[in-house]
Design a protein. Structure first.
Length: 259
């Protein structure tokens, strides 16, 4: 009898919790893939808990067309659903957002929300030798939580930095939670570094050296020429097409002269 009276309030709380609409982002994984220039590709995943009473609403919103990120922020009523890597110039492009299907579980369900985008000015690049570049991470792109001591990771957020293969780490602080350094105390041949558990980011430093392949150097050279002179190249192309059209027009009405 006493056990019954003890279990009744607990059962009532469970029923009450499952009968009200409720969303909760339980974990965020932010992966920053650093490229051979100053930009980066960012993939963020958000683990979302959905209560029983919110299952139908979530499904309807997921099937809806034209819902923006701000719409989803209002629906879920959370500030965790945001871009956590943002350039000061707001130079973000290639943005996609995909709410995943709901996986049923006791008391509701789980869904994975996936966000991807590209950001400029994530690193500062310096040419230190032929085909060798030094990359320094720009910590002003962090958009996590502000504390008294500066930016920090929330306890349910994980940050991953991915660098090109065969890169050499010059500086990393604070030390990543994963992976551990080798027996020599370095991170040779490692490409992915992770921080979590509420890691402070106020004095974050990360730099590495990457050697560009000969093919990459050639492609980069022609790419730089194209970017520098693309307006002139477009003008030359338009002029050439116009000249061809004028020539065809002037000669289209002529008929061969009879001998």
């Amino acid at each position: 009898m006493r056990l019954r009276y003890l279990l009744m309030p607990l059962l009532s709380l469970l029923l009450l919790g499952s009968s009200h609409a409720f969303y909760n982002i339980t974990f965020v994984n932010t992966t920053v893939i650093l490229s051979g220039n100053s930009s980066a590709h960012v993939i963020e995943t958000f683990n979302l808990y959905v209560s029983n009473a919110s299952v139908l609403q979530y499904t309807q919103n997921r099937d809806a067309i034209g819902l923006s990120l701000s719409d989803w922020q209002n629906i879920l009523y959370t500030n965790l659903l945001t871009q956590h890597i943002v350039s000061q110039k707001r130079s973000t492009y290639g943005f996609t957002f995909l709410p995943g299907p709901l996986v049923s579980q006791f008391g509701g369900g789980q869904a994975l929300l996936t966000m991807s985008y590209d950001v400029n000015n994530v690193t500062t690049v310096r040419n230190i030798a032929p085909r060798k570049f030094e990359y320094t991470f720009n910590d002003s792109v962090f958009n996590f939580i502000d504390t008294v001591n500066g930016q920090a990771l929330p306890s349910n957020v994980r940050l991953n930095l991915v660098i090109p293969e065969r890169s050499q780490i010059l500086m990393v602080y604070p030390l990543p939670d994963l992976p551990s350094p080798s027996s020599l105390g370095d991170y040779k041949n490692l490409t992915t570094f992770s921080w979590f558990s509420g890691e402070p980011l106020s004095q974050f430093s990360f730099s590495f050296v990457s050697t560009q392949s000969l093919q990459g150097e050639v492609l980069g050279y022609f790419s730089s020429i194209y970017n520098a002179y693309k307006i002139v190249l477009y003008a030359i192309l338009i002029a050439a097409i116009a000249a061809i059209l004028i020539y065809v027009y002037l000669h289209s009405g002529r008929t061969p002269e009879k001998e």
